[in-house]
Design a protein around this ligand. Structure first.
Ligand code: PEP
Ligand code: MG
Length: 890
């Protein structure tokens, strides 16, 4: 096996083997760009090292060979006392893991070569000794686990002794003394002298980079970012170039377009006379990249030309790290750059205009998750508010409110009509009431998969977590000496993770206004880009996109957002509000006559609801589901009612209605209501209930048809597990429909949800009684896993994330292997039994980007989701179509 590749041997497609940095250094080398010479040790060598322990057979000999070539190319030997070659040893995994793994610079310096380095630098002793002390510090900390603070303390002492505050005020003699102090620290902790053999330094540094793959922070980061644990990191050994050799040297970063907005232009920062670590440490202020032109026009012009070359080559935004050593430009890194959601859309569309990519590829470069981000309201930052601090943006949105430090206080404030931000060190299931009451959640600990983050995302609440500069107490938090007390207002941005003092005004999303039809595509580059890519997605997609809506207003909005009908109208929502008393009457009915009277009273209300929805969706299919949840949900709580009746008894003021109600609640109480009397079971047990709904639907449809409309009603039966259940309902429903529609020309379909595993497994039989299936993936997930959908997210899923059992909640993104298999079986067997069977999905997964791709693969006809997710599903359905045509753009 080959473990070491010269830069000239690799290319950008070898990221698995060479890591992102190594693959791109190779690509730049082959493009003829000025990259310092070097080689990459593969991720496979790292995997071997980590599994087999210290010795990787053959690696040493390969390194010898490549080092000799590197020395040849540079005309210097590693650590040569007279004229040393120095190298950096840098980590570089397949996926970028910023700051998570190790790098050692200046490898090859020792007590002798430090003099050689000084000569190379024009007798610059100060520079040479500073480089040497940096090596001991980095090497000690990274390779030998010497506590970094000890080096920092020694540096601090050296400055204090001299009465200066800045590193650059230490001269060569000071730094030479510091090297002596550093060496003492090194041997105190390791029991050994600092290694003087350059090759030994290099081998130890390489091994340390391998081991840093399993450093705790890297492990945690991988878990959060869902990066597989067994990939390993590559190691790049690169000839050192120095940006700190004087005013004609420096280091910088550059972007080929603005990664925040996508606009073209010159973006980046430059720091004169400095090394990369100084930029990161923020010791001095950088200047804008454009100002480099005035300092070093030759390097600046060359850099701009290289940026154009890279962008043309990668056909995308690139970010770049470079160093200028005495007027000579060197490229140290490039990669396709990270960008905001807005920039992703704008750049994809610009690249189409510039002829660099086609529309299919542009669509492939944006995601539904990015579109979702663009649909959240944002803070209006035009007043330039200064953030208090920032944490991890864990659940997007913009929320302002009064700070509460306990769940109970959050509930109290919310009850007073206040907007609340719940601030906790971390949350646990006891905090749920406060999380529900709050507009946003802010924690000082925990990452993207902490309890707070998981629950907030599940609720669609804004959340910033892991703001570790916050010191959260019982009734106040402090951050950088500022105190924020209970009741003070803060604002949190769940996208950027920033926390602001006071209330920041909120700006509605431009993109939503465009979908609403109130902004034209020409309003801005971003809106134009979204319009262009949505139009393309719509032209390609095989999946239709419907919405889940149960009132006219949501139906109208969803239609503006591009919905092609309703996939789920939950009629139980229409039983709430001021209709509760009618439902109560139905439940309490003792005689057929009482019950019929209650149903008769409900019917006109239902018919009016349906008519309003049909009107908004005129010409498009509307799937109305017969009532699903347990009826006792419409009655008062058992505890409250029992107390009320007991008090009435005590006072001798019994109330017959309350007594009856209590008896009914007791009678209907179930241990497991989710597995109890709901869905089709309810329809079979309460005579006339489904019949009333069917009649109301058919009558509403006929009325619209008489008014010149074209309704397409579809009646859906929930929670079916056996064809006999469906058949019983279907026969009765068909009779009523015939009776109502007569010769009006209205066609009413009858179908079923597939949300009980048994239904999926007997889909061939069920299809005989159904014109369509709609997968209820919420219940199907609940019943396939045996997870109570209303409890688990707050109760224990956080632990499952921590353990890596889940990458994402199966209620959020479809579990393809288990629940997905049931969907596949039902789709195939249903269609085999009835080729014209219509197939859709109406569970939450219908609007989840990854799940949409799965439904496309399975060949469903449509997905249905909440109105705000309709555009996301349209985009992802288009992307799924591009993906399945198999065109490989890269
Ligand atoms: C489902 O179970 O997926 C579904 C859509 O029905 P509900 O969420 O109303 O149970
Ligand atoms: Mg359901």
């Amino acid at each position: 096996m080959k473990y070491v590749y010269d830069f000239a041997e690799g290319n950008k497609d070898l990221k698995d083997l060479l890591g992102g940095k190594g693959a791109n250094l190779a690509e730049m080398t082959n493009l003829g760009l000025p990259v310092p010479a070097g080689f990459t040790i593969t991720t496979q060598a790292c995997q071997r090292y980590l599994t087999d322990g210290e010795q990787v057979e053959g690696l040493g000999a390969e390194i010898d060979e490549h080092l000799a070539a590197l020395e040849g190319a540079m005309g210097r030997r590693l650590g040569d006392p007279a004229d040393p070659l120095l190298v950096s040893v840098r980590s570089g995994a397949k996926f970028s893991m910023p700051g998570m793994m190790e790098t050692v610079l200046n490898v090859g310096l020792n007590d002798e070569s430090v003099a050689g380095l000084s000569r190379q630098a024009g007798d610059n002793d100060r520079f040479a000794w500073d480089s040497y002390r940096r090596l001991i510090q980095m090497f000690g900390k990274t390779v030998c686990d010497v506590p970094g603070e000890e080096f920092e303390d020694a540096l601090h002492e050296a400055k204090t002794a001299k009465g200066v505050t800045d590193d650059v005020q230490l001269d060569a003699e000071d730094l030479r003394a510091l090297v002596t102090a550093y060496k003492k620290i090194f041997s105190k902790h390791t029991g050994q002298e600092f290694p003087q053999d350059p090759r030994e330094q290099m081998d130890l540094a390489v091994a340390a980079v391998f081991r840093s793959w399993n450093a705790e922070r890297a492990v945690v980061y991988r878990r959060q970012e869902r990066i597989p644990a067994d990939l390993g990191t590559a190691v790049n050994v690169v000839a050192m170039v120095f940006g700190n050799l004087g005013p004609d040297s420096g280091t910088g970063v550059a972007f080929t377009r603005d990664p925040a907005t996508g606009e073209s232009g010159i973006y980046g920062d430059y720091l004169q006379n400095a090394q990369g670590e100084d930029v990161v440490a923020g010791i001095r202020n950088t200047i804008g990249l454009a100002d480099l032109e005035g300092l070093d026009k030759k390097s600046y012009d060359e850099l701009l030309q290289i940026m154009a070359t890279l962008e043309g080559h990668y056909r995308d935004l690139c970010d770049i790290e470079f160093t200028i050593e005495r007027g000579k430009l060197w490229m140290l890194q490039t990669r396709v750059g990270k960008r905001t959601a807005a920039a992703a859309f704008t750049i994809a569309s610009q690249l189409v205009e510039e002829g660099m990519i086609d529309l299919d590829e542009a669509l492939d470069r944006v995601t539904g998750a990015q579109l979702a981000q663009l649909m959240f309201p944002r803070f209006d930052l035009s007043g330039d508010p200064r953030p208090l601090t920032s944490g991890i943006g864990a659940s997007p949105g913009a929320a302002s409110g009064e700070v509460a430090f306990t769940s109970a206080r959050a509930v109290e404030l919310a009850d007073e009509g206040k907007q609340v931000i719940l601030v906790r060190r971390e949350t646990n299931p006891d905090d749920l009431p406060g999380m529900i009451a709050a507009q946003g959640i802010l924690t000082s600990r925990g990452g993207k998969t902490s309890h707070a983050a998981v629950v907030a995302r599940g609720m669609g609440k804004t959340c910033v977590c892991g703001a570790d500069a916050l010191d959260v107490g019982r009734d106040q938090f402090t951050v950088d000496g500022q105190v924020v007390r209970e009741g003070d207002v803060v604002s949190i941005d769940g996208t950027t993770g920033r926390v602001y003092p006071g209330s920041v005004p909120v700006r509605p999303s431009e993109v939503v206004q465009y979908f609403e039809g109130s902004l034209a595509p020409s309003t801005s580059r971003l809106v134009g880009a979204v319009d262009q890519l949505m139009t393309h997605a719509d032209s390609l997609r095989a999946l239709r996109v419907r919405t889940n809506a149960d009132n006219a207003e949501d139906s109208a909005r969803a239609r503006r957002f591009g919905a092609q009908g309703i996939g789920l109208c939950r009629t139980e929502h229409m039983f709430l509000g001021d209709r509760r008393s009618l439902v109560e009457r139905l439940i309490l009915a003792r005689t057929d006559a009482d019950r019929d009277a209650a149903l008769d009273a409900l019917k006109p209300l239902q018919r009016a609801d349906f008519l309003a929805i049909f009107r908004e969706m005129d010409g498009l299919p509307v799937t109305i589901r017969l009532i699903d949840p347990p009826l006792h949900e419409f009655l008062p709580s058992l505890e409250e009612l029992a107390v009320k009746v007991a008090v009435e008894h005590e006072r001798g003021q019994t109330d017959e209605h309350d007594e009856q109600l209590l008896a009914a609640v007791r009678r209907m109480h179930e241990q497991n209501p989710m597995l109890g009397l709901r869905g089709v079971r309810l329809g079979l047990v309460i005579p006339g209930l489904f019949g009333m709904q069917v009649r109301a639907i058919a009558e509403a449809a006929v009325e619209l048809a008489r008014d010149g409309g074209t309704p397409h009603p579809e009646i859906m039966v929930p929670l079916v597990g056996a064809v006999q259940e469906l058949e019983t309902v279907r026969v009765e429903a068909a009779r009523i429909i015939d009776e109502v529609v007569g010769d009006s020309g209205v066609d009413v379909l009858i179908g079923t949800m597939i949300e009980v595993p048994r239904a999926a497994l007997t889909a061939g039989q069920i299809a005989s009684a159904a014109s369509f299936f709609s997968f209820g993936t919420n219940d199907l997930t609940q019943m396939a896993w045996g997870f109570s959908r209303d409890d688990v997210e707050g109760a224990f899923f956080w632990r499952y994330f921590e353990l890596g059992i889940f990458g994402i909640s199966p209620f959020e993104s479809l579990d393809r292997d288990g629940v997905g298999r049931l969907v596949r079986i039902a789709a195939e067997e249903g269609r085999a039994a009835r080729p014209d069977l219509k197939l859709g999905v109406c569970g939450e997964h219908g609007g989840d980007p990854d799940s949409v791709h799965f439904f496309h693969e399975v060949g469903l006809d449509y997905v249905s989701c909440s109105p705000f997710r309709v555009p996301i599903a349209r985009l992802e359905a288009g992307r799924a179509a591009v993906e399945s045509t198999g065109s490989d753009h890269r």
